[in-house]
Design a protein around this ligand. Structure first.
Ligand SMILES: Cc1ncc(COP(=O)(O)O)c(C=O)c1O
Length: 369
């Protein structure tokens, strides 16, 4: 008997997430001894927050202990940082785990989830795993169309996901757009507002401080953030949500008992104090993002304005072809076929050295027939 027939039927429509191609894999496949640059997973070009690295060294020998299950020190530190109570915060194994917890907590088979067509693909994948029906609303100018998303809410809708700034398009929704959405969506629909790239957009005038401005008013809102981007800790897997304490209580009930490792909890708490590192990261991203955009425009790519640490671009060839050719020159970018976007690429902002390697690679790749 085929094992497939034993699986839950909803699993069969789920395609696994395709992560950015790892550097080690490229070296193994191509036998490259030269440097490989990864501009495929929106990692921090400055590396990890130094305070976090020092803490990792300090606590390495304590790894024989189980961690405290609910990450209390990090939770308290974050609550203070955000100006909320600890009961309004949950720590996840990456914000990816929080996406999963929201789906597991609220979705039964045939419930509806409203997402945007090119919104972060994990929303869709996770909702499908629960047997839910995904309602995909087209974008306007590569941006979530919140008015139409609000209108798509039906009696069956339990969840809505918004990423702002969004991955892969890099666009965000303004304070006014979000306010209007939160006002119009009934409180029976949980709104997951994913702000993984918060720090890169936070200085823009019309980008809201959602924790301060929205959280006190909307008990159906969960704001998701991560230590993977501005703090440079993607490999540790730490993310979090801030929401009404009752909502957090339900997520807390179903998370894995020791979902965040001891070193990860400790390092993230130290990273939170490293505001100088975050400032440097954001400044570097903004500077290099302009250089990256210009260099790509000069090479016939159409670049969409981005508020995040990556660019969403339409390429002169198919995305997959450019991705494959660049691999040969030791540069990894991200094709977007899983979104059905065959002419687009997502390219992370990198160090000047990595971006120059990309430009060199493109010169050679585009010159070849
Ligand atoms: C919009 C968005 N949300 C969530 C995540 C997951 O981040 P993590 O699980 O590393 O916190 C990512 C990762 O790239 C992302 O782009």
């Amino acid at each position: 008997m085929a094992i497939e027939t034993l699986t839950r039927p909803c699993l069969r429509q789920v395609t696994p997430y395709l992560p950015g191609k790892p550097i080690g894999e490229v070296r193994r496949e191509l036998g490259l001894r030269k440097k490989v640059y990864k501009l495929a997973s929106n990692e921090n070009p400055l590396g990890a927050a130094p305070r976090a690295v020092r803490e990792l060294r300090r606590c390495a020998a304590e790894s024989y202990f189980y961690p405290e299950g609910a990450s209390p020190l990090l939770r308290d530190a974050l609550a203070k940082h955000l100006g909320v109570t600890s009961s309004q915060v949950i720590i996840g194994n990456g914000s990816d785990e929080i996406i999963r917890l929201l789906c597991e907590a609220f979705l039964s088979p045939d419930d509806e989830v409203v997402v945007s067509q090119y919104g972060f693909i994990r929303f869709r994948q996770q909702a499908l795993l629960m047997g839910a029906k995904v309602i995909e609303i087209p974008m306007t100018d590569w941006t979530h169309d919140l008015k139409t998303m609000a209108r798509a809410v039906s009696a069956r809708t339990k969840l809505m996901f918004i990423a702002s700034p969004n991955n892969p398009t890099g666009t965000y929704n303004t304070r006014e757009e979000l306010k209007e959405l939160l006002e119009s969506v009934p409180s029976t629909v949980v709104v997951g507002l994913d702000e993984a790239y918060f720090h890169f957009a936070a200085a823009d005038d019309d980008y809201p401080n959602s924790v301060r401005e929205f959280l006190p008013k909307y008990s159906n809102l969960a704001i998701l953030r991560t230590f993977s981007k501005a703090y440079g800790l993607a490999g540790l897997r730490v993310g979090y949500a801030a929401a009404d304490s009752e909502l957090i209580g339900w997520l807390d009930r179903i998370r894995m008992p020791f979902n965040v490792s001891l070193p990860a909890q400790r390092a993230a708490a130290e990273a939170l104090k490293d505001s100088a590192f975050v400032r440097r990261s954001v400044a570097l991203v903004k500077k290099n993002r302009n250089q990256l955009a210009q260099g790509l425009r000069d090479r016939d790519f159409r670049v969409i304005d981005s508020a995040a640490n990556f660019l969403f671009v339409e390429s002169p060839g198919t995305g997959w072809d450019i991705f494959s050719r660049l691999l040969g020159f030791g540069v990894i970018v991200r094709p977007l076929d899983e979104y059905g976007l065959t002419r687009h690429l997502r390219i992370s902002v990198g160090t000047s050295q990595a971006q120059n390697a990309l430009f060199d690679g493109l010169e050679k790749a585009l010159a070849r027939p």
